[in-house]
Design a protein around this ligand. Structure first.
Ligand code: KIV
Ligand code: ZN
Length: 514
């Protein structure tokens, strides 16, 4: 079976999703989980975007041992130098250079003729070759580039020293047959094409990112680029879990496979969703909450008689546990530890004690503590956010005939306690106004979302917010059996991250790829 290399760009293209801002610790946490998942390559960011990005890529490069770490770079020397610096300490560094090649981009963005595009890209690849053994080159908007010019660009990239040529459908314009044909044409016409790897990078604007990438595989692509849960610019990128499962489910058809550890998929999906704040839709293929749910009577009947009637993938394949054994307030430390091991978490003593205390607290407020509750509880504190402010207490008064009011008590970094009261047009608004009074920060609430972690009236609510302050924005998360408390916690978490960002000079908000 042919091996398909998996290039994960959750931390770069995925981080370009609107509202997503990962700090360095979060990037490292995700990268380590991607390493467990067994991806071959991790694109950790765009070091030239800011010193903060460079530092984050460097932290990933030093933390990950079993995957190649990649830094993105425009075809410019200063960007290449930034990647060199960022990838210091990486076991297996690789630079990803790009330059747009389509007529639209050449004319309106680059204002370059074909010859200038070829020359600029060649100069960049040759410069990078002095420092990197592994170079990936992407003709941006390859999908809308003339095929003969794309062949010329690929030939130039191979001669200059690229080891991978990636074909991006930057704007998600392609359909599977057309996109596959690009690979076929390159394979048949470009001299020495067998000396490099060809890669597919698809966007999902027309909902065809996975189909296009699979078509590329059928036509000779060696590598697929994508993100976990398909997050990314606009409609997102190819969802890597979909590629992995398509190949694993239909080896008869594709004759190709990844070397991913499929059992880590569910965990990786949850972590990415949690840290990016991008909720996975219930009907999302492979990782959606309903992906393995059978609702209709006819299907349930079929499942009971023989699973394969309606199930082409077993949930266990992606690491989902069947056990719905719940814990409660009488469950002891031993049962708790066993349960965590069963869910794939081996905590050391201090972390286990901390988690157990939180579990006991939750079990006092909630009769049944489900697997989903435990995941939420464990993953809520995976990455310590800086604590400039901490919520001590909250009190809300609401009546539909009166003006909602809230009082909050907050502990500041220096240990002092501040308390404020405010009104608002709703309970959450009142809470946020009271927090603003304490912190004296002028921030804008850009997004607010809430979802229940499990089922039932006593389920925990998880709130995600995005706060903006000028050019900077930050996401925050809050978890509680009370949605108002979860709302307050999410707001304070985002505030703390925003302040942290302000303290790290040059941490840019969004990548500007020109
Ligand atoms: O979509 C795209 O073209 C990209 C490039 C930087 C490869 O993400
Ligand atoms: Zn992209």
């Amino acid at each position: 079976m042919r091996k398909i290399y998996i290039f994960d760009t959750t931390l770069r293209d995925g981080e370009q999703s609107p509202g997503v801002n990962l700090n360095t610790k979060e990037k490292v946490e995700i990268a380590l989980q991607l390493e467990k998942l067994g991806v071959d390559r991790i694109e950790a960011g765009f070091p030239a975007a800011s010193p903060g990005d460079l530092a984050a890529v460097n932290a990933v490069a030093r933390a990950v041992k079993d995957a190649s770490i990649i830094g993105l770079s425009r075809s410019r020397e200063q960007d290449i130098d930034a990647v060199r610096e960022a990838l210091q300490g990486a076991q297996d560094p690789c630079i990803h250079l790009f330059l747009a090649t389509s007529p639209i981009h050449r004319k309106h963005k680059l204002r370059m003729e074909k010859a200038q595009v070829l020359e600029t890209a060649e100069r960049a690849i040759r410069y990078a070759k002095q420092y990197f053994n592994k170079i990936e080159f992407s003709p941006e908007d390859a999908g809308r580039t003339e095929l003969d010019f794309l062949c010329e660009v690929t030939e130039m990239a191979i001669k200059a020293g690229a080891t991978v040529v990636n074909i991006p459908d930057t704007v998600g314009y392609m359909n599977p047959q057309e996109f596959g044909n690009i690979f076929k044409t390159l394979k048949e016409n470009v001299p020495n094409i067998e000396t490099i790897q060809l890669s597919a990078h698809c966007h999902d604007d027309l909902g065809m990112a996975t189909a296009n990438a699979l078509s590329a595989i059928l036509n000779g692509a060696d590598q697929v680029e994508g993100t976990i849960n398909g997050i990314g610019e606009r409609a997102g990128n190819t969802a890597l879990e979909e590629i992995a499962l398509a190949l694993a489910t239909r080896p008869d058809y594709f004759g190709a496979q990844t070397t991913l550890n499929l059992k880590e998929i569910a965990k990786t999906s949850r972590l990415v969703s949690k840290l990016t704040g991008m909720v996975v839709p219930g009907n999302k293929a492979i990782v959606g909450a309903n992906a393995f749910a059978h609702e209709s009577g006819i299907h349930q009947d079929g499942m009971l008689k023989e699973k394969t009637t309606y199930e082409i993938i077993s949930p266990d394949t992606i690491g989902l546990k069947d056990s719905k054994l719940v814990l409660g307030k009488h469950s002891g430390r031993h049962a708790f530890r066993e349960k965590l091991v069963d869910l794939g978490y081996e905590l050391e003593e201090t972390a286990l004690n901390e988690a157990f205390a939180k579990f006991k607290d939750l079990a006092d407020r909630k009769k049944n503590v489900t697997d989903e509750d435990l995941y939420a509880l464990l993953e809520a504190k995976l990455v310590d956010s800086p604590e400039v402010y901490a919520l001590e207490a909250i009190q809300v008064s609401y009546g539909n005939q009166s003006t909602p009011s809230a009082s909050v008590r907050i502990r500041k970094e220096d240990g002092s306690i501040a308390e404020e009261v405010a009104i608002g047009n709703g309970s959450v608004d009142a809470i946020y106004n009271a927090i603003d009074k304490v912190t004296q920060e002028t921030v804008e609430l850009e997004d607010y979302s809430i979802q229940s972690v499990s089922q039932g009236k006593d389920a925990q609510g998880e709130v995600h917010v995005v706060l903006r302050e000028g050019e900077d924005s930050a996401t925050g998360r809050g978890l509680s059996t009370d949605i108002l408390e979860a709302s307050a916690r999410a707001y304070i978490d985002a505030l703390n991250r925003l302040i942290d960002k302000r303290k790290s000079p040059g941490r840019r908000d969004k990548m500007s790829l020109i």
